[in-house]
Design a protein around this ligand. Structure first.
Ligand SMILES: [Zn+2]
Length: 302
């Protein structure tokens, strides 16, 4: 039997939900319905109830899944009441992911935003699985494929999709980059330094990677990311790809998009590259988990 993964579980839940809705399922999945339904599905064996999610006030914790110590058939979800509505939705979906994928491994799961980047290996991997489940549950692959196929992508379109699925702009952009057949790279800048980078599978296969000039990495010269006068560029600006990616040939074009968050301390850069032939000699991408294109700056020591 194939191991249960986040995407497979999310896909099955979509099938059950769509059957329940009889053709009128909303694009933004009803998480409360999922929560109530799960104990009656093969993913809820031995569980009678998942209690309605409750807000908590702990700033250090985004969310938690816990088994009732007095009743092993009852589980509960807690989320950070100070986070944005979309963040709360993602957290609840993430905790449902722990419920489906990991609850045999322990009686409680305490999740914070950073543990996916800084936790111990095993913890990082279950956090990634729960995130993968959440993004697949909140942004169904078939709807996303229909929404991004055969059209020009820009941040207006991605922002509209984020609203349609009731997810944050960042979550939508990450899911887009993991999903798209296009060569795409997403960089998240935190207070002027690259915090993380995601590459689409075709970007990895063709060896497209961002120039590293420093650690931590600052925005590269001549990019929109480095220009303090440009806060937003949602339509995209074309430039030679080698401004960003040193191994791209000089005739390849890249479109750079930029989104700056309100407080100006966080910036998202989306890069869409023209297609290029796979580099069979660049094997670095094969070492990574192919199902998860997460790629942290410096994580491979290059
Ligand atoms: Zn978690």
């Amino acid at each position: 039997m194939q191991a249960l993964t986040g995407p497979i579980a999310a896909n099955n839940i979509h099938k059950w939900m769509r059957a329940w809705h009889q053709g009128s399922a909303p694009d933004a999945i009803d998480l409360d319905l999922v929560r109530q339904m799960l104990p009656d599905t093969p993913y809820g064996q031995g569980v009678r109830e998942i209690k309605a999610p409750m807000a908590h006030g702990l700033a250090s914790c985004e969310g938690m899944l816990a088994r009732n110590p007095n009743d092993a058939a009852e589980w509960g979800i807690f989320y950070n009441g100070h986070s944005s509505a979309q963040r709360q939705r993602f957290t609840i979906a993430h905790e449902l992911g722990h419920f489906v994928l990991h609850r045999s491994q322990g009686p409680n799961f305490s999740c914070d935003k950073e543990s996916i980047y800084s936790g111990a290996d095993r913890m990082r991997s279950i956090e990634r699985e729960a995130d993968d489940f959440a993004s697949n549950l909140l942004i169904p692959g078939d709807l996303l494929r229909d929404a991004i196929s055969d059209r020009r992508i820009d941040l207006h379109h991605l922002s509209n999709l984020a609203k349609r699925f009731q997810v944050s702009f960042e979550s939508l952009c990450i899911r887009f980059v993991k999903f798209t057949p296009q060569r795409a790279i997403l960089v998240y800048w935190d207070n002027g330094f690259a915090k993380y980078e995601w590459r689409s599978s075709s970007a990895k296969k063709t060896g497209a990677r961002i120039r590293r000039t420093d650690d931590p990495q600052e925005p590269l010269a001549e990019t929109l990311a480095a220009d303090p006068d440009i806060a937003q560029e949602w339509n995209g600006v074309d430039m030679p790809a080698d401004v960003w990616c040193p191994e791209e040939s000089s005739n390849i074009t890249l479109t750079e998009f930029k989104h700056t968050y309100g407080a100006r301390d966080r910036v998202l850069s989306l890069l869409l590259l023209e297609s290029a032939a796979p580099r069979t000699w660049d094997r670095s991408w094969q070492d990574e988990d192919v199902s998860d294109s997460f790629d942290q700056f410096g994580s491979r020591g290059d």
